[in-house]
Design a protein around this ligand. Sequence first.
Ligand SMILES: Nc1ncnc2c1ncn2[C@@H]1O[C@H](COP(=O)(O)OP(=O)(O)O)[C@@H](O)[C@H]1O
Ligand code: SF4
Ligand SMILES: [Mg+2]
Length: 367
Amino acid sequence: MAKSKLDWQTGDANDRQAPLSLENVHVAYNTRRGKVRAIRGVTIDLHAGESLALIGESGSGKSTLGLAIVRLLPDTAETSPGVITYRRDGREVNVLQLKPGELRAFRWSECAMVFQAALNAFNPVLKVWAQALDTAKAHGWHDKEAVRRRLVELLEFVQLDPKRVIDAYPHELSGGMRQRVLIALALLLNPQILILDEPTTALDIITQRTIIKLLRELKEEQHFTMIFISHDLAIAAELADRVATMYAGRVVELGTSDDIFYRPRHPYTLGLIRAVPTVTGGFEQLFSIPGSPPDLVDLPKGCKFHPRCAFASDRCKQEEPELEEVSPGHTAACWHWHEVEAELQRNPLHRGALNLTDVIAVDVEVA
Ligand SMILES: Nc1ncnc2c1ncn2[C@@H]1O[C@H](COP(=O)(O)OP(=O)(O)O)[C@@H](O)[C@H]1O
Ligand code: SF4
Ligand SMILES: [Mg+2]
């Protein structure tokens, strides 16, 4: 197996449980229109073995956050201030300070990402086996037989027939098969963390089910630590231990899956949940969040959700709230979360509304 070339520091023993910590991370894209403030101060610890879902409308910064963690943002992006700490076996590195050689060791061997729309990102002239071998060699792993054994094992794990797939070109595989190959390739170097960006979005419903089942096995049997990016709440509800709602580049609510889907305290999370159509709810009750996300070059003052929020007060127009604890382990950034709680007592959410089997449209784009 390839040796990691990271320049490890001795870590803080108290933080050993968190393989990844983000502290006040900011990302801005420099564009002709000005700075697009895609991430504005995200602080979050990823727990070992958990699956954390990032949810939110298109443009809320989910992919940017994933790309910032694996340092694959374009040159036009600025990532400061902020610290991203990666830990393994009581040692740690600051990801934002890794040098190019170290970064290669970090991606794949420590923290791998399957990109949004990656189904088309395969090199069309390389067979699956050649892609795997290239990846392994780039990380100093030259034992072809061992690479092949590991690839076969992983292809079997993602329920593909290695004989059929290993010598196939990408175009010879269906979308679902390619997505499974991508997951297998991401696992080739045994990373501790896997980031999946919209892994089911381009797939039909039946194939989505297969991928979800596979991801659940990864989570439950292999105890993988995953960041799972999805604008599809039903899939997040099915896979996540914890959920972070993102809005305009910030985490505005964070809690267990049950906290977020059954006891949301942020009006935006509540809006997202009420916008999911259910068999029991019927389309006539379908709610949609009014307006559209803010211009990240020219953000409104105060809470960035205030122009769209039914709970907004004058204070919301002036001051942006920070995350505060609303119950143990559950935080929300809203001045009026008590009112959201009261609203839910008057109009409770239907339990089970986010059960996948109950959801008509599995791929709901809330806009
Ligand atoms: N390369 C880029 N250059 C400029 N702006 C970008 C770039 N990539 C993303 N953005 C902007 O950053 C914001 C966040 O995008 P993204 O992280 O892709 O959101 P999400 O994944 O939640 O849909 C959006 O406003 C998007 O237009
Ligand atoms: S702080 Fe105000 S505007 Fe923002 S989500 Fe809460 S109630 Fe709405
Ligand atoms: Mg995205």
